[in-house]
Each structure stands twice: as structure tokens, then as C-alpha cells.
Design a binder for this molecule. Sequence first.
Ligand SMILES: [Zn+2]
Length: 398
Amino acid sequence: MNNNSVTVKALRYDTGEPVVVTIADGCIRSVETIPDASRRPLAELWIGPAFFDVQINGALGKAFGSPNVTFEDIAEIVAECRRHGITRLCPTLITDSEANLKAALRRLSRAIAEDRGLEAALPGIHLEGPYISPLDGPRGAHPRMHVRRPDWEEFQRLQDAADGRIWLVTLAPELEGAIRLIERLTASGVVVALGHTAASGMQIRDAVAAGARLSTHLGNGCAAMLPRHENPIWEQLAEDRLWASLIADGHHLPPAVLRCLLRCKTPLRTLLTCDASVLAGLPPGRYRVWEQELEIVPEGKIVVAGTPYLAGSWVFTDHCVRLAMQLGGATLKEAVDMAAIRPRQLLGLSISWLEVGATADLILFRFDEQGLPHIVETFVAGKSYPAAEGIETARENL
Ligand SMILES: [Zn+2]
């Protein structure tokens, strides 16, 4: 056995079978199913595919879209995500001026190009806005002054600044020119998501016909009061060609709504996202973020200070997996699949995780007394990162 190889004994998240997995040179070298069920000395250690989150804005006070973000900040956000089982993510930029977006995209793209570790961690950028609803409610915490109409020429300039790394765009299909933009984005290989929208049923159906494939954080980015029948949530729920991302952080969606959305979309068409804010992971208190005063309240949510309006999430994807199980009624396999497999499928990436030759992007976890999983260790291309929760690493090296 060579020096950089690691052997792990754990139970598969999907079948419960005990396996011995050998990892070397970043890849899975062997997988052996332990035939004798009595040989389960590590019955509590489980193994699964690492998470992929399509919407992370930042963490620990650093944001991908900040005008002052440094390469070190970007690496720090990625490192924090790894401690929560997330090995890949779409760095997300929200509505801003063209000049600021271009500057942020250039910086991100340069950082990614210069560091192979970052390139693997940040395969594609999510542009959330600026072509979203200007209305209070659907617009959420996006700045009104920078919301604008779809503009293919501008998008191309942004995509150039990003060196073609924008993979996902969230927009509102009711805006003038949106359907044509969806067609062009789709033809250029960008995945289009609907979000921050007050669209009619017809506009949503037109968007899907034009190529839209995802509802971004369905149930949020929407008017607080809606007509009971004619509203964008029903229409998106009823449209099976649209997958949905859900923020299962315990604050964005009440448990009954989370359960209903999951039943309609099913785990086969649902992605879990944390939509982590720039303030994710920081202690409670008031923070000034660019021109906005935000507050982390003790129960673990981030609001625009003095208002009930949520401004992104304080937790990471591992917490959303637990809540999808606890509040949403998902099984372990369903919850992990929604956080690890579905995002890769949406973006056309490989979903093989425990096959010989596959990149070793893995999580090891244990269950707490409530039967909810907690990350112990994350492998990023075979390299080990301990969890954020301080649970001692108990992997057995053979
Ligand atoms: Zn949003």
C-alpha cells in the first residue's frame, strides 16, 4: 500500500451495506463489500457522496460578490464549506451593477484559473439576477436600483468577464425579453432557473418551453400574499420539467410547506441548497454588509436588521440535509441524494461516487441520538478535511 492511500470502513448511505474503501491519488482504488454482517465494528460510521450546493454567496463575513474579496477570502469560503461536507459549489453573485458584477466575475475567474483546487471546488458560477422582478416581495433582498430588464448583450459581457464560467442564471420570466433570453442562454449551454418572480402561469409555461429547468429556492423570492389559485408556486409545482431547489434551513420554509413542496417535486426533482449568506457561520449580532445592516438573530437566521425579511441562510448544506429528514420527512438516501447527486445531474456532471476510478469526493458521518447525520470528515479528491462540528475523526486506518 503506498503512502498516500487511506482505507475507510463504513456503511453505505444508500444500501446500508458495510464497505471497505481504499482511496489513493485522489481516486477510489477499491471497494469491497464486507460479506459478514457480524463484522460491523464501525457500524456507526457511514459513507456517502460529498455535497454539491448550487447557491452559496459566501461565509464567515466573506462574499464571492464583494468588491473587496481576495483570493484568500475565496479559499476560506471553500474551506469552510468543506468542513460541512460540501466539496463543490456554485459561487453565487446576486443583482448588482454591470461594473461590479464584471469586476467580481473577473476576480472569481482569475482565482479559479490560478488554483486547481479551487477550479474543482467551483466548477461553475450562479448568477442570481439582475434580471428579476423589481417588486417588493419577489425581489427579496436584491437591491432595487440594480434590477433591470434582460439584456443578452450585457449577459455576454458578463460571461466574457467570467471566462465562460457562468453555468446557472436565475431570472424572472415575466420581464420583457426574458423568454428570448432563456432561449439564448439555453442554446449557449447555461442552465436557466426561475426565481424572484411574480410570473403568471402562462409566463412560466413559456419559460419552460424556452428551456428553463429549475425553480430557484421555490417558496421564497415570492410575494408574501398570493392569489390562492393563480400564483407562481402552484404553476411551478405542477410543472414536472422544472426541478426545484429548496432552502431547508428551518427558517425559509415552514415544515408543512417543506413537506408539501417535497411531495410535489419528489426527491428526484429536488435539490437542497443552503443559500449561505456572507454572514453564514458567524456569531449572532448586527453586521454591516456593504450598504445594508443585517442581523443574525440567536435562533440562527439572518434578517435585514429591524425587519422580518430573510437575507440568505446562516447554515450550510449539512444542516439542510438534517432538516429535510427531520422536518421534510425525507429518508437518509433521499436527503443525501438531493444534496449531492441531484445538483450534479442538473449541471450534467458525473454522479459516480463509489466506483473504482471515481474522484474521491466523499463524506463520512455519524448519526446523533435523533437519528440525524453529522459530518465527521470530508474527502476532497482524496484529501481529508475534518468536520466543523468538532466531532473527533474516528476513521479507521488499516
Ligand atoms: Zn434568492
